[in-house]
Unconditional design. Structure first.
Length: 92
């Protein structure tokens, strides 16, 4: 599903114009992005949690040459689905 598909679904179900639907989707994504960039966690009841985690430097190996390299520290985004979503996906 793409962002355009989400806009279309909102247009069909809620009745906003396509322009209003697109602005709504953009606003929600901007809020989510800004919240995660700020290091905060997002918890959506009945859906799941989005959390930014820090990964430290670690040693790795170049698979072509076998040379040892250092993989730099970085942030990763994790998603943990709620029990409600898990149950829905598994039809429980």
């Amino acid at each position: 599903m793409t962002k355009a598909d989400i806009v279309e679904k909102i247009y069909e179900r809620v009745g906003f114009s396509k322009k209003e639907s697109a602005e709504l989707v953009e606003t929600v994504f901007d809020i989510i992005k800004n919240t995660l960039e700020g290091g905060d966690k997002i918890k959506i009841a009945g859906f799941g949690n989005f959390v930014v985690k820090e990964k430290a430097d670690r040693r790795g190996r170049n698979p072509q040459t076998g040379e040892e390299i250092t993989i730099s520290a970085r942030k990763i985004l994790t998603f943990k689905p709620s029990q409600v979503l898990k149950s829905s996906l598994n039809k429980e």
